[in-house]
Design a protein around this ligand. Sequence first.
Ligand SMILES: [Zn+2]
Length: 492
Amino acid sequence: MARSGVRTTVKVRIKAEVITTRKRRRLEQITGRDTRTIKQYLKVIYHNEEQLVNKKKGKKKVSKAKLDHLTLTTYKKSKLPNRLTVRHDLKKNFPRRSQNEFQECRENAVAIYHGQQASNSAPAKNPPLKKIPRTQLAHSKRFILTCSPSNSIARWWVGIRDSLDTKKNRTHKHEKLWLPLACSPYHEHSLHQGKIQALEVLYYPKKKEWWVHFILLHVPDKYFSSRPPAVLGIDLGINKRAVSALLTPKGTINRHEIRFWSDKTRKKLLKEKERKITELQKILAKTSLSVNKRKSLLHQLKQLRKRERTEYKLTDHNYVNKLVKYILSVGKRYDLYVVVGFPFHIRKSHFRGNFHPRSRKSIHKWNYRRVVELLKFKLSLHGWEEHRVLAISESWTSSYCSRCGSYHTIRPNQPTFICNTCGYNLNADLNGAKNIAKRLIKYVLQPKYNSIKDQVSGKFFPLSSFRVFPVLSQWLQTKQSHLLTPGAGVSA
Ligand SMILES: [Zn+2]
């Protein structure tokens, strides 16, 4: 992503079926005249290639000033040295064209020439009759885009200023040519994404449709904050309920900010309730029970399961409250983003027959979605924006090394993680938490898509909401180049 901004094009159809014949004719006149002017400019460039084109570093470049000397006369009033006669007088051919329009046509012609040189294609002797659009720039107020919600013909209109009305004795009367646009909510949304820089009016002869192309510039705002940016990666677990690791602006994991969140009361509760339920189930399995007894036992079992569920919820609340308290305390010191690894395929992969029954059972009882949702909700009560608490896919984060990125790793038992490439030895869940924090930065720095999806809410957040990360992750480009090579351990 370039720092100076990203250009995109938004294409909107003109509602040609509702505009008047006069307007349509004028549209044809304007675009036709643009095409002729651009073609003349191109002709002049090709005729005077030796004089106009400089070779710089093997690239041919047209000198625009020299091109003006060949094509445009100057007014007597202007400060420029008087140029009353030129070799190819364009003003004679197009007497009612304004200076701005000549400039826009010149830019287009030069761009076309450069494109032809880059692709080594010779100019066609008889160029096709296709129309060449002129890029009209926004900064000189060449056009206006307005919204009129009460208008019955179209909600969005573009007004194009054109000098076609200029009288020959230079009395300026620039009426705007107002064109209705077929603007859908999608177009409206994309037009609001950036600043409109330029516009092109095109005709598609096959479709017989007129279109407007808006060229937008997205400039990321500069990042200002009194606090340094940081990412808190959280790896959810079953026995250890979570592990969190803080990735600081230096790009290292803060040793004092590693937290293991376990919940002993919940574990106890789980065992106790399981025991009671299995006891009841054993009694129920007996065949010698009376009908009434069985009924009451079933009722007991139902009540027990209900109570189990509510108590689970309570422990979840307690545990998330602790997490929120910690996150808020870190958030005072850092400009913090929280990212939670979300194991959204884990239930699908644990089906009957492929894992140990006990691990399968615990995984299917694991309420990771409720935990993440609670965390998001509770932080939102403290005024946290939605994109600051993200759930992203945690796939493979526990199987590659967080220091060197190698997959050549082993886990001799559940908690230990050893990298065979660099010899890194640490807690496996901590390794996962580190990888999750780094993965978010990788998503931003090496974007495959324009947005990041939150796995829990399903919402998409544009990359511009994470503009803090280029600051945070400058080290990534230098130290951890493996994270920036494609395919390094990320399933999209
Ligand atoms: Zn390693």
